[in-house]
Design a protein. Structure first.
Length: 280
């Protein structure tokens, strides 16, 4: 059986997109026209009935192998392959992150502080996939593909929005951890050093030896819209908090501004990254 996983965990599950729901309805029509129940089709396709049900409900992006086998078994005459090309990659974004991701697309300023992992916008594929494989409950390969596709799509913002000011404050220990191994970390640092050359992007590190720290309550993101409205986003173990209250935003902005003065300058941060890389 290609897939026998369950989807009981909903904390970071993607919300079905319109294209996935439409594809699922079309797929269900072909299945029923061919005289199969989900349970009967399962051993023929070598995918679990649960997998088939998730596709039909628009909760899962079907794999290419699943589509190819379904085409043959359900005599779809190429319809499923054509429909699959229209499927949205948006389901790789969790429900509670989607509103923030939409604002990112038009933001004129995007400020991030992260102390747990290198932010998605800065990740390499090897580093990102390493993080996905560490998630508990575990993800299958298809889910990881969907998540990385969505993250990779978001990363286009850095180069396609040259007038947006991107600023990242990162903890030094994120690179000392060597998540994924030494080579993955080398590639990650090289990638970030390359990105740091963009005129609209600043990266600052908070060194391990730091006696003052204004953001001990955890990671945060701040965003400014073209209408000069500010929003915030804070993420935890089981979800994210979208912040629009001016008083709360004022607190986050003060903390971020203070942390900027406590972090190394962009130039010194580049030097530190090169030192870390050289020691790997």
């Amino acid at each position: 059986m290609e897939d026998s996983s369950t989807d009981n965990y909903d904390g970071g599950k993607p919300e079905p997109s319109g294209s996935l729901r439409t594809f699922g309805a079309v797929y269900q029509g072909f299945r029923e026209n061919a005289g199969f129940t989900q349970e009967a089709l399962s051993p023929v396709l070598r995918y679990s009935a649960h997998y088939i049900g998730s596709v039909e409900q628009g909760r899962r992006l079907p794999s290419r192998k699943f589509i190819d086998r379904s085409e043959e078994v359900l005599h779809a005459n190429g319809v499923l392959r054509k429909a699959a090309k229209r499927l949205s990659k948006q389901p790789g974004l969790a429900r509670w992150f989607r509103e923030w991701a939409e604002l990112e697309k038009t933001a004129i300023s995007l400020y991030t502080y992260e102390c747990r992992l290198v932010p998605g916008l800065l990740q390499t594929e090897a580093y990102g996939r390493t993080l996905f494989t560490q998630q508990v409950p575990h993800r299958d390969d298809d889910e990881i593909d969907v998540q990385w596709a969505a993250r990779s799509e978001r990363q286009r913002l850095l180069r396609e929005r040259p007038n947006t000011a991107f600023r990242f404050i990162l903890e030094e220990h994120l690179f000392l951890r060597r998540m994924g191994g030494t080579e993955v970390t080398r590639q990650l640092i090289d990638h970030i050093l390359e990105l740091s050359e963009l005129r609209n992007l600043d990266i600052q590190l908070v060194p391990l030896a730091q006696e003052e720290h204004a953001a001990l309550d955890g990671p945060m993101q701040l965003l400014e819209t073209p209408d000069n409205e500010w929003f915030g986003y804070c993420e935890g173990q089981r979800g994210g908090l979208f912040i629009s209250d001016p008083k709360e935003l004022s607190i986050l902005q003060m903390r971020y501004a203070r942390l900027l003065s406590q972090a190394l300058t962009p130039k010194d941060s580049r030097s530190l990254l090169k030192q870390i890389r050289g020691a790997l």
